[in-house]
Design a protein around this ligand. Structure first.
Ligand code: TA6
Length: 295
């Protein structure tokens, strides 16, 4: 698009448009910044984030694959967010003038020998990150089984949204759904509220969620619209005060300025037969919400 510019620097790819920008790191294929046309940062990054491979940086949008949570011999949330991804050369990695008016970058992750030791499945994980001229951020994951046998995985876009004050934030679109509560051994409950609000630690996996979720930030009169495809579940997480204090890479009071709302496929893992490919799509947009001012 007009005014688009892109350049590669150190570990990051900086794609910037006249009206918006995102930074993406090859470490973990992680979007580490998404800014609007006013230059405001829309994703949260902890002031104590440790951006030192192989650990994931606390913030942005880490990719949790091939599992969400901790089970079996894999590390918490799988290895994808702790690996160096490569830039796909063909087609050109950085298309500054897609026919759909987006700037995009194409990343690729393949398992290393070490990965295959703990997860013996050959896959190709292609991640396309795009920014539209309106500043909408899109992430499309395509995972192909290039194995000789079927495998299953769970996945999440672990999205740290930046909010002004968590106690002034509400999520709409998850009411009446069942959820698994990570604070109660993933016991199943049904959401009773007419919106999700926050007064304490929340760590839930909402099941079979609609394709559009709204996160309303009252103080900033801003609404995040989260659109998802191929990802039936939504993780909602805020550590609150006590858990935040126990986390070395999160400022004690920073739980007030963050909220994870992750488009995911967790309850029912995804199974790919040899040669099959799965696609999961996330689109984030920011809209001014006069609605909030009436609340
Ligand atoms: O549900 C989200 C969650 O699993 C929480 O339990 C918390 O552990 C969060 O992910 C962050 O995980 P991380 O490994 O990034 O510290």
């Amino acid at each position: 698009p007009r005014g688009a510019s892109a350049r590669v620097r150190c570990h990051c790819l900086l794609c910037s448009l006249a009206v918006a920008a995102f930074d993406i790191s090859l470490h973990g294929g992680q979007v580490i910044s998404w800014r609007n046309e006013r230059g405001e940062e829309l994703l949260f990054t902890s002031s104590k984030a440790i951006f030192k491979p192989p650990k994931a940086m606390r913030g942005g949008i880490p990719i949790c694959f091939p599992q969400f949570g901790k089970c079996g011999g894999l590390e918490q949330h799988g290895f994808a967010r702790n690996k160096i991804w490569s830039i796909e050369r063909d087609p050109p990695a950085l298309k500054t003038d897609d026919n759909d008016g987006k700037v995009s970058v194409d990343l690729l992750l393949k398992p290393s020998d070490d990965d295959l030791k703990c997860w013996p499945h050959c896959f190709e994980f292609r991640l396309k990150v795009s920014l539209s001229i309106d500043g909408d951020l899109t992430m499309i994951s395509r995972i192909r089984n290039i194995n000789g046998k079927a495998f299953s995985f769970s996945i999440a876009y672990h999205t740290y949204l930046s909010v002004s004050d968590i106690s002034e934030v509400r999520i709409e679109g998850l009411e009446t759904l069942d959820y698994l509560d990570n604070l109660h051994q993933r016991e199943r409950f049904t959401e009773q509220g007419d919106a999700i609000t926050f007064e304490t630690e929340v760590d839930r996996i909402y099941l079979s969620a609609p394709s559009v979720i709204a996160v309303l930030d009252h103080e900033k009169k801003r609404t995040f619209i989260i659109k998802k495809g191929g990802l039936p579940d939504v993780v909602v997480w805020n550590p609150w005060e006590k858990k935040a204090k126990s986390m070395a890479d999160l400022g004690d009071d920073e739980y007030k300025q963050m909220l994870c709302v992750d488009a995911a496929a967790i309850e029912r893992s995804i199974t790919l037969k040899p040669g099959e490919e799965w696609t999961g799509r996330l689109e984030l947009s920011e809209v001014a919400s006069s609605y909030c001012s009436d609340q």
